[in-house]
Design a protein around this ligand. Structure first.
Ligand SMILES: [Zn+2]
Ligand SMILES: [Zn+2]
Length: 293
């Protein structure tokens, strides 16, 4: 059953993709007003979609089918970016951040992004070691096979914690915009780790007052296609995390309870994308079975 939010979402999408001729660059959106964009960014969520997906994964159409969550999204970021078409109302100038960053030549565009994520994933039985996590694609048979391998809370794509073949992720990160995302040469806007965009969703929902990764009271970035959850520096219920308890990609198995103490995932492998814990990237090694498209 379509929800009213879907129509608001579609209206917002057509506005952000087509309204360039009415928006001058002198009215570029104020990053401080970003969360208002999320108010009209709600995909269609079917009955039966469990938490946290139903409440926390905005901007995606979600349904449950045969033990899996199916998502569809456009990967259009609901915030300003220098990677929008300069005629778009959400276009802003690239922030070089003192010369550390430079803009890549790509322009983001609306995508048809679909993922199937198991609700009860089956572990492959891996112990993830430093040797397996080298931030290079194609060096281990247990790696995620593709690049678009996860869904962010804001409906944008999560890529794995590796660069395109031949590139280094540390160099690619220099092309991130102020929301720690960038587009591929096919226009797919995506994140490789901790980012303010997902935290904007949590701010919009009243779960955190900070959108700076590492400073949020509640931090969750998204979920990978095999069922691996991507959290921030703490457990969702506020419990602290010890770096010594984590594997080489910042992961471990444990229950994930909501900030209100509701059980959301039991014995679930998840990574903590958190610089203070040693790694801010999405996972590289696929912990659970599945082909992930
Ligand atoms: Zn990338
Ligand atoms: Zn944890």
């Amino acid at each position: 059953m379509p929800l009213p939010a879907l129509f608001l979402f579609l209206a917002a999408c057509s506005t952000t993709t087509d309204s360039g001729d009415t928006a001058g660059t002198d009215t570029a959106a104020d990053p401080g007003a970003d969360s208002s964009l999320l108010g009209s960014c709600g995909g269609e969520v079917d009955d039966g979609v469990p938490e946290p997906f139903a409440s926390w994964f905005l901007c995606s159409d979600l349904t449950v089918d045969g033990g899996s969550l199916k998502s569809h999204s456009t990967s259009l970021p609901p915030h300003p970016s220098p990677y929008y078409d300069p005629d778009n109302a959400l276009w802003v100038e690239f922030d070089e951040q003192g010369g550390d960053r430079f803009q890549n030549p790509n322009e983001l565009s609306e995508q048809d992004m679909n993922l199937t994520i198991p609700l009860d994933p089956i572990a492959k039985g891996l112990t993830i070691t430093t040797a397996m996590v080298d931030e290079e694609a194609g060096t281990n048979t247990e790696e995620y096979r593709g690049r678009f391998q996860g869904l962010g809370l804001d409906g944008t794509a999560l890529f794995t914690g590796v660069a395109a073949p031949g590139d280094a992720i540390s160099e690619e990160e220099r092309t991130f915009d102020q929301y720690e995302g960038h587009p591929t040469n096919e226009g797919v806007y995506h994140h490789h780790g901790a980012n303010p965009s997902a935290l904007m969703v949590l701010e919009h929902l009243g779960e955190t007052t900070s959108t700076t990764p590492g400073s949020g009271t509640v931090e969750m970035f998204g979920i990978m296609c095999d069922g691996t959850v991507v959290l921030g520096c703490n457990e969702l219920d506020g419990a602290s995390v010890s770096a010594s308890a984590l594997d080489a990609q910042g992961g471990h198995v444990g229950d994930i309870d909501s900030p209100d103490g509701e059980s959301w995932f039991e014995d679930r492998y998840h990574v903590h994308a958190c610089s203070a814990l040693g790694r801010h990237l999405t996972p590289e090694i696929q912990y659970y079975e599945g082909t992930c498209g």
